[in-house]
Design a protein around this ligand. Structure first.
Ligand code: NAD
Length: 464
């Protein structure tokens, strides 16, 4: 199922004989072992040799080795250097600070810094709300992690989480002009995280919590929301929930069903699954059956010590089902998976209701192979960029924070999340919606402004 992609893209510098067939020999040897060439550049030419840079997508580090080995056995060919383009992109990090003001002379200096800056400090001391007008707080978000749940890779710690947080900050800037800065904390203690974020909060107009493991993430978010006068948003929870709700709205349009009549099975009740369930419940679905690694969640299940799981048990599963994921799928109109790879096959999809919707979002390998799911389901979505209907949080978080910052919001509410979801769904015109197009492309320039405006309006309504 995996295909070579740009995440494992390499550039190989090779020296080859100057013969007419050299280029063809090089490219066909790469093609034969499954590499996908994206660029071929001659960097040096001599009477006795040419030097070329061949850039190609591979499957993995091991596959890259297979490709370079295939080149080096060609007669007269010498592999000089292999560059991993992903690592090259990360050299020295992906972010820098740049000044918005020019410092050309003493006059500029006196206004940007002392003595002029003193009057601005005094104005903010007299009226702290002015910090949102006169400082970077106006447009800056902290991307805070403890490194405990980095992508799907687990507890890698704060330093290893930094490339992801830098990437997040780049996306904030690119899609919504938000200045975000990574804050990777060298602690996984709930109290220390809360206190540290509280202490740094004066600089920021919002806090984006990222890659903090469940169940700790729930308490950290709830307590910070109580303490801080800026919005706190855990993207792994609410960003996912917003995009899932948007996608589900449009998928239900495709199959002509109303959510109030739908039975929804949600597999995974961690950070993403819990937030999805809580947001879906606002839409009054027919029923939601939650499933985790121990099976269907119900109030009589043993070991429901986790407060979050208990809440889910008490607020879902109207028919009081117990059992396995496969049992939860029988007759379900919708499956939403945010759990683990390869949990079921086409036989289980066949047991779902007519015109079933399957969102298999476990990354990188979904709960079911989407090609299998398509055999029986009417609409299939994944978290992957190499299939249609990619559920990607980048559709939500940049616009959400743009709207919150523009509204000078102090909090974030479920109404704002629903407004964001509706805005994403509505970017897809009725004439465009079909089984392979339920969410807009992440590169659709209309998405972030639409989300920002919907969130800004909801935030202003919330302020009264
Ligand atoms: N946009 C997206 O596509 C998107 C967004 C968020 C999360 N995800 C994916 O969803 C998955 C979960 O993310 P999370 O942050 O909520 O993780 P998490 O660790 O907080 O929760 C995982 C949940 O899955 C359940 N689970 C694990 N193995 C299972 C199994 N074999 N059967 C049933 N349930 C099982 C666990 O009990 C837990 O409830 C990851 O693969 C993540 O990459 C995708």
């Amino acid at each position: 199922m995996p295909v070579p992609g740009p995440g494992y893209s390499i550039t190989v510098r090779v020296e080859a004989p100057p013969s007419a067939s050299a280029a063809g020999d090089l490219t066909s040897s790469i093609g034969k072992v499954g590499g996908v060439i994206t660029a071929f550049d001659v960097v040096e030419s001599h009477s006795d040799r040419v030097v070329v840079d061949i850039t190609c997508n591979t499957l993995s580090g091991d596959h890259a080795t297979v490709i370079t080995d295939a080149l080096s056995v060609l007669p007269g060919v010498k592999v000089r250097k292999i560059s991993d383009r992903t690592f090259l992109m990360h050299l020295g990090g992906k972010l820098e600070i740049s000044s918005k003001v020019a410092l050309r002379n003493r006059d500029d200096l006196s206004r940007a810094y002392t003595p002029g800056v003193a009057r601005v400090c005094q104005a903010i001391a007299a009226n702290p709300e002015d910090a949102r007008r006169l400082t970077i707080k106006r447009n800056t978000v902290a991307v805070v992690t403890d490194g405990s749940a980095v992508l799907g890779l687990g507890n890698l710690g704060p330093a290893a989480a930094l490339p992801v947080m830098e990437g997040k900050a780049v996306l904030f800037k690119k899609f919504a002009g938000v200045d975000a800065w990574p804050i990777c904390l060298d602690t996984q203690d709930t109290e220390e995280i809360i206190r540290t974020v509280e202490l740094i909060a004066p600089v920021y107009g919002g806090i984006n919590l990222e890659d903090i493991a469940a169940p700790r993430c729930f308490e950290i978010e709830a307590r910070l929301r109580e303490k801080l006068d800026i919005p706190v948003f855990h993207d792994d929870q609410h960003g996912t929930a917003i995009v899932v709700l948007a996608a589900l709205r449009n998928a239900l349009r495709v199959v002509g069903k109303d959510i109030e009549d739908c039975r929804i099975a949600v597999c995974g009740v961690g950070a993403a699954g819990s937030a999805i369930i809580r947001l879906l419940l606002k839409q009054k679905p027919g029923d939601i059956v939650a499933v985790d690694i121990d099976g269907i969640v119900h109030t009589e299940r043993e070991g429901l010590v986790d407060e979050n799981l208990r809440w889910i048990a008490e607020n879902t599963n109207a028919r009081k089902m117990s059992g396995t994921l496969h049992e939860a799928l029988v007759g379900a109109d919708v499956f939403i998976g945010v759990s683990a790879p390869n949990l079921f096959g086409e036989e289980q999809v066949a047991t779902m209701a007519e015109n079933a919707i399957v969102f298999a979002l476990a990354n990188p390998d979904p709960e079911i192979d989407p090609l299998e799911a398509q055999k029986h389901a009417a609409v299939v979505a994944t978290g992957r960029s190499d299939y249609p209907n990619q559920i990607n949080n980048v559709l939500a978080f940049p616009g959400v924070f743009r709207g919150l910052l523009d509204a000078h919001a102090h909090t974030i509410t479920d109404d704002m999340l629903v407004a964001a979801a509706n805005a994403i769904a509505d970017v897809v015109e009725p004439s465009q919606i079909n089984a392979s197009f339920i969410v807009p492309s992440v590169f659709d320039n209309a998405v972030a402004p639409a989300v920002a405006e919907a969130v800004r309006a909801a935030a202003i309504r919330a302020k009264g």
